[in-house]
Design a protein around this ligand. Structure first.
Ligand code: SAM
Length: 473
C-alpha cells in the first residue's frame, strides 16, 4: 500500500525519521494488527483464556489485551455479543492504561466514541465511582452507549456535548481525564483506506487547533492535583509534541509526568515542537515498525495541587439537590413500584444493590439508576444518565437490554443458558422465539454462563426480547 500514501506525508516522515524511515515505510506492507481486550467486568482473564476459541497472543502493555488472527473473526462470536471482550487495536490499549483509573474515582473520557477506551476505563473503575463518557457526534454517541451497555458497565453517564458546554457544568470536577483527540489519523492508514483519502496538510492544522480547544476545556474540568492523558492515533508532530508544548505554554499549572518507556515505546521528540522542550522525551510514541500495532502518541500530565480556579461550589450542589427534587416527574412513584415488582419476580438477589431511592431517574417512560444521585443534568444532552433499568409501561417494567448485560445468571430467578454453538442461541440472536419449557416470566438468556439478553417465557415458548437494532442478520 506504500504507493497509495500521500506524498506530503511520506516526505515529512522521511525528513523526521531519517535512517528509521525505511523500517517505518516497510511496516505499511505488513498486515494490520488485530486486537481484543478481555472485559474483566464480565470474565477474568484466565477464565477467558480457558474458554477462548481463538488463538491469542498477549499484548505486552495491556494485561487484558491480546492479538488475534483476522480469520478468527471474534466480532461474529456470541461471546462478543455477551460483552466478554472489546475489539481494539493493540496500540490504542495504551492510553487508558496510562490514565490508570482507580475504583471510586471520577473519570471523564471527553472524546469517547465508539468506546474502546471508555470500556477499558470502566473496567478499571470496576463499578465504583463515575465515568462520564462524552461524544460530540450525535450518531457516534449511540455506538458508544451500546458498547458500554454490551460490556455491562453500570456506573457510566453518556453525554453528547461539546467540551465547552461540559466545561460550564463540571468545573474542577474530575480526578482524571482522557482526551483521545480527533486527529488526522495517520496511524489508521494501514487499517482504513478512507483515512488516506481524508488526509491533507490542512486537516493536520485543523486538528491541531481543535485539539487545543478540547485540551483547554479538559484542563478546566480537572481537579487540582488531577491527571490528564492526551492521546492521538497520528504521527504528525503538529498534533502531538506541538499541541502539548502550546498547551503547556497556556497552562503553566500542568507538568508532564514521565510515562514508563519499555523498549517498544519510543520517547516523544523534544525537537519536533517549537520551542523545543526536553520534557517531551517523557511522552511516548508507539511506532508501527517498533511494535505490533498501528501507532499512537501518548502524554500524561498532572495539574498542580494548588492550581487555583473555582471548585464546584457548595451552592451549585445545593441547587442540584433542589432541582433533582423539584424536577421529580409525575409517575415516579408508579415507576419505582413497577421496578420493585420486577426485582422481586426476576432478580430478587439484587434488591439491595438498587437501594438508593435518590439514584432512580425517570426520563419519560425510561427508568435509570444514576451513579451520581442528585446531579443536575438539565439542559445537557444526555444519552444515558446511568444504568438503563427498563421501560415503564402501564405500571409494568419491561427490563432494558443494558440491565441484562450488567447482571450474571446467578443473580436471575430464571435463566436460559445455551452453549455458544447451540443453534437455538443463533436463533435467539436473530430475533426468533424459541420453543422451550420453563416457569413463566422474564428470563435471562445466557451463553455458556454469560448473560446476553432477555426473553419472556410463556406457555412453552421463550419470546425474544433481543433488541431489534442488535439482531444478527
Ligand atoms: C479518536 S476518536 C475517539 C476514539 C475513542 N476514544 C475510542 O477509544 O473508541 C475521537 C473522537 O472525537 C470526536 N470529536 C470530533 N470533534 C470533536 C470536538 N470538537 N470535541 C470533542 N470531540 C470531538 C470524534 O467524533 C471522535 O469520536
Amino acid at each position: 500500500m506504500t504507493q497509495n500514501l500521500p506524498e506530503l506525508f511520506t516526505e515529512r516522515m522521511k525528513r523526521l525519521l531519517e535512517q528509521e524511515y525505511e523500517a517505518f515505510i516497510a511496516s505499511y506492507d505488513q498486515p494490520v494488527t488485530h486486537g481484543l481486550r478481555v472485559n474483566p467486568l464480565k470474565v477474568a482473564r484466565e477464565q477467558f483464556l480457558s474458554l477462548s476459541p481463538f488463538a491469542l497472543e498477549p499484548v505486552a502493555w495491556c494485561a487484558n489485551g491480546f492479538r488475534y488472527k483476522e480469520q478468527d473473526r471474534p466480532g461474529k462470536h456470541p461471546f462478543h455479543a455477551a460483552g466478554l471482550y472489546y475489539l481494539q487495536e493493540p496500540s490504542a490499549m495504551s492510553a487508558a492504561e496510562a490514565l490508570d483509573a482507580k475504583p471510586g474515582e471520577r473519570i471523564l473520557d471527553l472524546c469517547a466514541a465508539p468506546g474502546g477506551k471508555s470500556t477499558q476505563l470502566a473496567a478499571a473503575l470496576n463499578g465504583e465511582g463515575l465515568l462520564v463518557a462524552n461524544e460530540i457526534h450525535p450518531v457516534r454517541v449511540k455506538a458508544l452507549a451500546e458498547n458500554l451497555e454490551r460490556c455491562g458497565v453500570k456506573n457510566a453517564v453518556v453525554t453528547n456535548e461539546t467540551p465547552e458546554r461540559l466545561q460550564e457544568r463540571f468545573p474542577q470536577f474530575f480526578d482524571k481525564i482522557l482526551v483521545d483527540a480527533p486527529c488526522s489519523g495517520e496511524g489508521m492508514f494501514r487499517k482504513l483506506p478512507e483515512a488516506v483519502e481524508d488526509w491533507s496538510p490542512n486537516k493536520v492544522t485543523e486538528c491541531h487547533l481543535m485539539q487545543q480547544d478540547i485540551l483547554d476545556a479538559a484542563s478546566a474540568m480537572l481537579k487540582p492535583g488531577g491527571t490528564l492523558v492526551y492521546s492521538t492515533c497520528t504521527f504528525a508532530p503538529l498534533e502531538n509534541e506541538q499541541t502539548l508544548v502550546d498547551f503547556l505554554a497556556r497552562h503553566p499549572e500542568f507538568t508532564i509526568v514521565p510515562l514508563p518507556q519499555p523498549e517498544w515505546f519510543a520517547p516523544g521528540q523534544p525537537n519536533w515542537a517549537t520551542p523545543a522542550c526536553e520534557q517531551l522525551r517523557d511522552t511516548a510514541r508507539l511506532w508501527p515498525h517498533r511494535l505490533q500495532g498501528e501507532g499512537h502518541y501518548l502524554a500524561k500530565l498532572q495539574k498542580s495541587a494548588d492550581a487555583d480556579s473555582e471548585p464546584i461550589s457548595a451552592a451549585g450542589k445545593r441547587k442540584e439537590k433542589r432541582t433533582a427534587k423539584a424536577a421529580a416527574p409525575a409517575g415516579r412513584k408508579e415507576a419505582l413500584a413497577a421496578w420493585r415488582t420486577f426485582v422481586k419476580e426476576a432478580i430478587p438477589q439484587l434488591a439491595d444493590e438498587f437501594a438508593d431511592e435518590s439514584a432512580f431517574v425517570l426520563f419519560g417512560e425510561q427508568l435509570y439508576y444514576s451513579p451520581i444521585p442528585g446531579m443536575d443534568w438539565d439542559k445537557l444532552k444526555v444519552a444515558r444518565v446511568g444504568l438503563h433499568l427498563g421501560t415503564v409501561k402501564k405500571n409494568r417494567l419491561e427490563p432494558a437490554h443494558a440491565l441484562a448485560l450488567s447482571i450474571t445468571p446467578a443473580e436471575a430467578a430464571r435463566v436460559a443458558d445455551y452453549s455458544a454453538d447451540d443453534p437455538d442461541l443463533l436463533r435467539y440472536l436473530k430475533g426468533e422465539a424459541l420453543a422451550r419449557d420453563g416457569a413463566n416470566g422474564w428470563t435471562l438468556v445466557a451463553v455458556d454462563g454469560f448473560s446476553i439478553g432477555w426473553g419472556k417465557q410463556s406457555e412453552g415458548q421463550l419470546k425474544n426480547h433481543y433488541p431489534k437494532g442488535l439482531r444478527w442478520v
